[in-house]
Design a protein around this ligand. Structure first.
Ligand code: ZN
Ligand code: ZN
Length: 421
């Protein structure tokens, strides 16, 4: 094996544990969170073994791995009786709940074929997805409250690499996708951990700047997009670099380029066009526009995936409202690579985006300790889904709406319009 690859893989494992999770001595670690996929893809084994060894070296009390496999999931869709699709093993929900309740760390490893469920009945796909979300919701509440240190990373697998890099020889696809992920994670730099410290500090300064502004709203203008979002009182801008309830700083996903907060769930007015295709749970949504009135999606149009998109909007009361607004300057290092990754972790960090569905409680001042009712009363959206979709490009302008209707530039032609130290 390429010795250069080996050392990059090792650096990736180290970055994940130190900058991503900031794993604390004495913590347990669960690798594989059966919510976004069925568990860690088998092809991630070389990285997972490194993670486990390093985690113990850092003082982990116990490391558990939940493996998952696209083929196994597909076999279920192709062969199981439809009336069994509401089945979810309670131990999977229990193990996750046990880890988060005990204040341990959890790591999601994404690496899945974006087209896996393409030919499957959308009704069944959404039934399975809804069941998983319902069963794991009590555990995910700890994540939404940022109670623990968690992180999400990506690992190339064959089918995914083939989708991202169709023009490259099949034998080279996985390696090329690794190269791209290494670059987005700044592992091509001499000291990646130090490079991340500088980058994360920048993101934190941008958050501080916007938090002082206390904007009442934001207006997004780009071809096909003109939407104004109200921001609730007490909204907080955060980056993926946050602090959990025990005061441990961690980075919720690697790579990350965004800063985000929550829009008021009843104050979205206008039309928004996706600037990139969106791959969600095995379905691809392409070239779609959503029209909002009083915070709700009132009109949907999509070249591809319209039926599934409508289904997602109907999952529950909150899935047709917004829970996140995130700013990413263009071009971000991820956009610069010029690939569509068909993976939300990477694609959302390529561009300014919004998310349908749940808002994070930590996006609101004292939100972490708020009841669902109080959170909703201030404008925080609640839903079982959280679906990021990209709207940013080099043609996007974003205005901040200050008190008394004063308009201030936040982003101009994709780039930050304000400086921080
Ligand atoms: Zn985001
Ligand atoms: Zn999001």
């Amino acid at each position: 094996m390429d010795p250069n690859f080996e050392s990059k893989l090792e650096a990736y494992a180290e970055l994940t544990l130190k900058v991503g999770l900031n794993l604390q001595s004495g913590q347990r670690l669960l690798i594989g969170v059966p919510v976004y996929n069925t568990g860690v893809p088998l092809e991630a084994a070389p990285l997972v073994r490194l993670l486990v060894a390093k985690a113990y070296q850092m003082g982990a009390r116990y490391v558990d791995v939940i493996w998952g496999d696209d083929e196994v999931l597909l076999a279920r869709f192709e062969n199981a009786r439809p009336d069994t699709l509401m089945e979810y093993p309670s131990w999977k929900a229990d193990v996750l709940l046990d880890y988060v309740q005990q204040g341990d760390a959890i790591l999601t490893v994404l690496g899945n074929d974006p087209d896996l469920l393409k030919g499957q009945n959308p009704e069944w796909v959404s039934r399975v997805r809804k069941t998983v979300l319902e069963c794991t919701d009590p555990a995910m509440e700890y994540v939404r409250r940022s109670a623990i240190n968690w992180s999400v990373i990506a690992v190339p697998v064959k089918d995914w690499a083939a989708k991202v890099l169709p023009d490259i020889a099949p034998a080279e696809q996985v390696k090329k996708l690794w190269d791209a992920i290494f670059i987005t994670c700044r592992l091509d730099q001499l000291n990646p951990v130090a490079a991340w410290e500088v980058h994360l500090r920048q993101l934190v300064s941008r958050c501080e700047f916007l938090n002082e502004k206390r904007y009442l709203g934001l207006r997004f203008i780009a071809p096909g997009t003109d939407i104004t979002l109200g921001l609730p009182e007490g909204h907080v801008w955060t980056s993926a670099h946050m602090t959990n309830q025990k005061g441990v700083p961690f980075t919720a996903n690697l790579p990350t380029e965004e800063i985000f907060t929550l829009p008021h769930k009843e104050k979205a007015e206008g039309i928004v066009r996706a600037s990139m295709p969106l791959s969600y749970g095995g379905t691809l949504f392409e070239d779609f526009t959503l029209t909002f009135h009083e915070g709700r999606v009132v009109q949907v149009q999509a070249k591809k995936g319209e039926e599934m998109l409508r289904k997602l909007l109907e999952v529950d009361e909150g899935s047709c409202r917004l829970g996140e607004v995130a700013l990413v300057p263009h071009p971000s290092p991820i956009a610069q690579i010029g690939l569509l990754f068909y993976n939300i972790l990477l694609d959302e960090n390529a561009a300014t985006h919004l998310a349908l569905g749940s808002a994070y409680k930590f996006s609101l001042e004292s939100g972490r300790s708020m009841s669902d009712e109080d959170f909703a009363a201030i404008g925080g959206n609640r839903s079982m889904v959280h679906i990021d979709f990209m709207i940013g490009s080099q043609e996007m302008d974003v205005d901040g709406i200050a008190p008394k209707g004063v308009i201030e530039p936040v982003i101009r032609q994709g780039k930050w319009a304000f400086k921080v130290g």
